[in-house]
Write a protein that binds this ligand. Structure first.
Ligand code: ARG
Length: 589
């Protein structure tokens, strides 16, 4: 289905044309004065120059040809040349009834689906997931669901950080603590145990300890570097240990992501890209894309139009070692080979923006990826505490994601219990669902690139622009529908939505009708916050309607049926939307 805005724009454009003006002036937007009209067209103001006429004359001209148009309730020319538009209630009702018949509530999937890789999550092996990784997971997951809903082929890749010095540090620290382990016996050539010699909590303690220790002890750091080198060149014992580290870590990560309702199609690791490096480097050298700078191999990526300094992209360090850049370039080679994507979207902390600019330019310049492939950096801001500084635990440490989730659930639980009694176990279950919505909505409702303040009290509030408020609205509709079924003894069917001239109903219908437009726009701009805003507006419109009309007590059965059909559609739209955002609603709360 066409969006309402498109339909109206078509109609107004036709009117411009009929009166001898260019149809492109007929573009319609949502009104920025909802108190005066629903939609507006400012084309007459722009056309005035071209036609050397007063804008109001053009506007009046256009309006005069729309007098009996069934689409509109009102089309007015207003000084100096605005065209104010209200759609007719009949048209709106027809539109909603069509939405009701459509599986995607009137959203039409694209007819040229693209292959899109989304690189998000980006956790690092053996380091606990912390709140910094939360945003990437939450935003990436919703972009993935949004792109899929729009009709694209989407591959979500966690791109696990499993390469580099951190691995050498852990192995060296283990050797210091347990030198007797088989993995360190250079003579040993048998099988290694299947069981890892550590648990996830031990592992998570080992890494920071090793990291701290290496800062004070240069010889330890040197050994860790050597260990990393040996590991990367196939040392048997270290490779066996590394596999243990991976397995233990990944199992833990999966559990954490499960709790967040985040899932990946691919669990690719930085190490998976390593095998592409030798050929890639050779190709880059042979084609003269690289030069030596202070012993390192680099690609110049600055451009004449740059307004800031873009340093060269380093491919190999002076000692021949590869680095983060090399891995990312090789990953592009791998993705191109395996998936032939049209777009790759990176959902990463915005502090890595310059880095990605270098990598993208290097990839395009060396043609390891075609010019037609879009490489998109979707940088996100920092989640701050109430003090405006990066979010920390009370004692100043890095907050583990698990604890953060627990504290939200706890807060929701106590708010829920304030004024009602629900059996403990059920309440805990519900608190989990609502807590996740609080967390995700709290994040997604902000423009991704901005920093935001993590305010547990506000996020978990059942009022205002919050996840729990949206869920509360959904639960309210569900309960009305159940009640209706109980009272009438009939099961819900798709009734007809009728245009009763009641302000709160028309407003609700107007909000509902914006669904397809909103989805298209949110995807276009990769902006889940636009979908959040829509969900919030729709919830508000519903709640006003609910407070002003007694749905269950309504005696006019036709009217009641029509209202039930309307709120059922609203419910479906809300549930579809929150599913795209990455959370769901409980049956009650
Ligand atoms: N592991 C990285 C980090 O923690 C994020 C990875 C982002 N993705 C990428 N292709 N570099 O900073």
């Amino acid at each position: 289905m066409k969006s309402i805005l498109n339909i109206i724009t078509e109609e107004i454009s036709g009117a411009f044309e009929a009166k001898g003006y260019d149809r492109s002036y007929g573009k319609v937007t949502l009104s920025n004065r909802p108190d005066l009209c629903q939609y507006q067209c400012n084309g007459a103001l722009a056309a005035a120059k071209e036609y050397k006429k007063a804008p109001i004359m053009i506007a009046e001209d256009v309006v005069s040809s729309l007098k009996d148009n069934k689409l509109f309730n009102k089309v007015e020319a207003i000084k100096p040349g605005f065209i104010n538009i209200d759609v007719s209630n009949d048209f709106l009702a027809d539109y909603l009834n069509d939405m009701n018949k459509d599986e995607k509530h009137g959203f039409e999937e694209v007819d040229n689906p693209k292959t899109i890789v989304i690189d998000y999550g980006g956790p690092n092996v053996a380091k606990p997931l912390h709140v910094g990784h939360l945003r990437s997971a939450v935003i990436g997951e919703s972009l993935k669901r949004l792109a899929r809903f729009v009709g694209h082929e989407v591959i979500g890749d966690v791109h696990l950080g499993d390469w580099g010095l951190q691995m050498g540090l852990i192995i060296t620290e283990l050797k210091k603590r347990q030198p007797e382990l088989l993995y360190f016996d250079e003579e040993y050539d048998g099988e290694y145990p299947e069981e890892a010699p550590f648990t996830i909590s031990e592992l998570e303690e080992i890494y920071p300890a090793a990291n701290e220790y290496s800062k004070e002890n240069p010889e330890f750091k040197e050994e860790a570097k050597q260990t990393t080198f040996l590991l990367q060149n196939g040392h048997r014992g270290y490779t066996a240990l590394w596999n243990h580290i991976l397995n233990v870590s990944i199992a833990d990560l999966k559990r954490n992501y499960d709790n967040l309702d985040v899932s990946f199609d691919l669990w690719k690791k930085e190490s998976d890209a390593q095998k592409y490096i030798p050929d890639m480097v050779k190709y880059m050298k042979e084609n003269n894309y690289t030069r030596i700078s202070d012993g390192a191999l680099v690609i110049d990526v600055k451009e004449e139009t740059d307004t800031r300094e873009i340093p060269p992209c380093m491919v190999l360090k002076s000692d021949g070692a590869t680095l983060y850049n090399t891995t990312d370039l090789a990953t592009i080679v791998e993705r191109e080979k395996l998936f032939d994507p049209d777009r790759i979207i990176y959902v990463v902390d915005k502090r890595q923006e310059l880095y990605f600019e270098q990598v993208f330019r290097a990839a395009k310049k060396t043609k390891i990826i075609g010019d037609d492939v879009e490489l998109i950096f979707q940088g996100f801001g920092t989640m701050n505490g109430k003090d405006g500084k990066p979010f920390k635990t009370r004692d100043g440490g890095v907050m583990r994601l698990e604890y953060l989730i627990e504290s939200i659930n706890e807060e929701v639980y106590s708010k829920m219990m304030e004024n009602r009694t629900i059996p403990e176990e059920e309440a805990r279950e519900i608190a989990k669902i609502v807590g996740l919505a609080a967390l995700k909505y709290g994040d997604l409702s902000n423009q991704a690139s901005k920093d935001y303040i993590f305010d547990i009290d506000r996020f978990t509030s059942f009022e205002g622009n919050t996840g729990p408020y949206i869920l509360y609205t959904i639960v309210r509709i569900k309960s009305i529908l159940k009640n209706y079924e109980k009272i009438t003894g009939s099961s819900l069917k798709n009734g007809v939505i009728r245009p009763y001239d009641i302000e709160s109903q028309i407003n609700l219908m107007l909000e509902a009708s914006k669904f397809n437009e909103t989805i298209a726009n949110a995807y276009e701009e990769l902006a889940p916050h636009k979908l959040c805003k829509y969900v919030y507006d729709l919830s508000n419109a519903f709640n006003t309607f609910y407070h002003e009309n007694k749905i269950i007590a309504e005696e006019d059965k036709e009217k009641q049926e029509s209202w039930i059909a309307l709120i059922k559609l609203v419910l479906e739209i809300l549930e579809t939307s929150i599913n795209i955002l990455g959370f769901k609603a409980p049956e009650r709360m």
